[in-house]
Design a protein around this ligand. Sequence first.
Ligand code: 6GP
Length: 820
Amino acid sequence: MFDKRLDKKKFKEEVESNLKLLYRHTIAEASQQELFQAVSYAVKEVIMDDWISTQKAVKEQGAKTVVYLSMEFLIGRALGNNLINMNSYRQVEDCLAEMGIDLNALENQEPDPALGNGGLGRLAACFLESLTTLGYPAYGCGIRYRYGMFKQKIENGYQREVPDDWLKDGYPFELRRPDFTQEVRFGGTIHFEKDANGDDCFIQENYQSVKAVPYEIPIVGYGNHMVNSLCIWDAEPIVNFNLDSFDSGNYHKAVEQENIAKNIVEVLYPNDNHIAGKELRLKQQYFFISASLQSALQKFKKTGASIFTLPDKVVFQMNDTHPTVAVAELMRLLLDQEHLSWEEAWGITTKCVAYTNHTIMSEALEKWPIDLFERLLPRVYQIVQEIDRRFVAEVRSRYPGNEEKVARMAILYDKQVRMAHLAIVASFSVNGVAALHTEILKNQELKDFYEMMPDKFNNKTNGVTQRRFLMHANPWLSDWITLELKTTEWATNLDLLAGLKALVDNPAAQSDFIEIKKQNKIRLAQYIKEHNGIEVDPESLFDIQVKRLHEYKRQLLNILHVIYLYNQIKENPEQEVQKRTFIFGAKASAGYIRAKEIIKLITSVAEVVNNDASIDGKIKVVFIEDYKVSNAEIIFSAADLSEQISTASKEASGTGNMKFMMNGGVTIGTMDGANVEIVEAVGAENAFIFGLSSEEVIQYENHGGYNPQDIYNSDPKLRQVIDQLVDGTFAGGDREMFRNIYDSLLTNKSGRADQYFILKDFDSYRQAQAAAVAAYKDKSAWARMAMMNTACSGKFSSDRTIEEYVRDIWHSQKIQVEGK
Ligand code: 6GP
């Protein structure tokens, strides 16, 4: 889009004029941040035209819109990606260089909008980008958190959380749209009356309300002039603070409203795969859902179409259960505002909502106490009660006399609202995010629902966008791929990477590939030197595990294995070993104590290992502070080995595994989540698979029969490692620092001992690691393996995922946008 139009002179003038307008500065006077803002506004100026054209095209072509409802959108930085998608990155880079400005440095000035925790939020961002690139009209709806995911500082080896004030310099890519403000009401009492037409009318009194004000962020499609919107809602008080009311008794009301509004959007709960269970979180959920649905209905009604055609024009995809209150809110709007009958409203709602499940971790299953739910959302609660009453009646008639089933399936049970059940009952589609995950949902977690309504269940294996995670993250590899395939079309058709298979045995291609990997390793080594002060050797094997810190993801298994290796090297100093760098990056939820202890263990092992002159730098351990989308892009491209080692059955899909794969990282992992499909695509000989299967894990969980003590007693080398947790080796002599971790592995003080089967899988992991290192010795064989990973990663583009959602769930149509 830009490419044909980019008039260097005009662009430069634009940047200069933005600097003047925004800061009264010239280029020479401007700070890097000011330059970033000025350049971003110049880019936004171009985006605006396409944004306007897209809106127009959607209206004219009357296409169905996908509304992706999500509490999280982990979009990452926009400037670089927008330029990539506008096909203008290199041109703008050159143009800025002529002005003495370094685009890369400017990109580093951009805050990393961290409006999400991890996998679920990043997936939502990839989906919006793919939807747009493929030409489907879509809206993301979420919350404009004042503070996103906290920044992580490592101090004395411990994680400290620092607020992420991402808006402090202003965010150039957002657009405030006060015209589309909505009111959202909480609490109070309700009763119903007949209105002038004789319709039932629900009157809510003594409620609190806030204004929901939308901000839109453009989502730029790749090379197609299409720009969709991510709409994030900010909260503002209804009564603007008014000094005249200071003495009149309204003061308190005004301040109260100010506070409610401020609180609602203040902060993203930093929980990944875990519920927060706080009243404020439910408020956040209802706040953005009510605003999004009101807004969607208003837009629809403007077209003048019959409300009964709503399912032809819009579909609401619920990203996990967090937006599930949408079911009842849509019913409320259809019943109370549109005055439809229950059956009519239910008929429409159940054709408009679909649900994606992202985890089977029981601690993530959302349940709200009924008294809280009813107090906060009185009318919505009535509706949930009625949905539950009708559903329970249906279960009883399907399974007469089976009250256990009723108890298992009811929406309201044991004084709680089970959000997943509400989502499943109302949705026309329920999907898991990888084949194995969907099977586990059908056969274990959601078995009763699957048996009763099998047609709703389907799988949509996750994917990631190659525009960000290959083109932007790894320009060297991207250029090489384009050169070898003689086309850039892989940017929108990742299956074309299969063409690289023809090169995997070609020595020249192998050495190119190795050289590119090396350049990426040097780039990461520089980042580590700058940020951690640690020297790492780019010639060493880079073994990387980056993801949220969670016990089920088993960073602990990884670091215990590092300790094991360290012991071996110390015992056999003469033995030749492969030089290795173990790299970790992970944030722990602020209240997740065990996760924080594991971070401390990793950093403590790093401290000892990195400073032990006797091992001569044979292994190094690095904990990268503040893992986030922007540094992830540097990390994925630099990995030799990709650690995907969750306890089988626990990781719904994983998407980091796909980002590594595309960039030629070889997986060491369990048969869990999408790893199963990765291995299927690349061949078992091009990955290192170990550990219990999901069936075995589930078997142990359901029937017992695993005792970690047996392994501790029979494997002396592993025992040595475990004992080192409590003999002070890594804690400056302190025997208590890692006692809880030790206990969690061997005793069942708090739940099952070694709940995540770390000891059980240790030996098999050790063997897989040894096999990986042996393979790495043969440079040519390794290059082949790495290239096969890139070549076989086509399936894991989110473009493929989105086309499957469209085909099976959304049934929406592409639109054409004319560029200017
Ligand atoms: C995550 C899953 O843990 C991960 O396996 C998956 O790839 C990702 O979702 C995208 O589907 N789940 C969450 O982040 C979460 O909080 C409630 O689930």
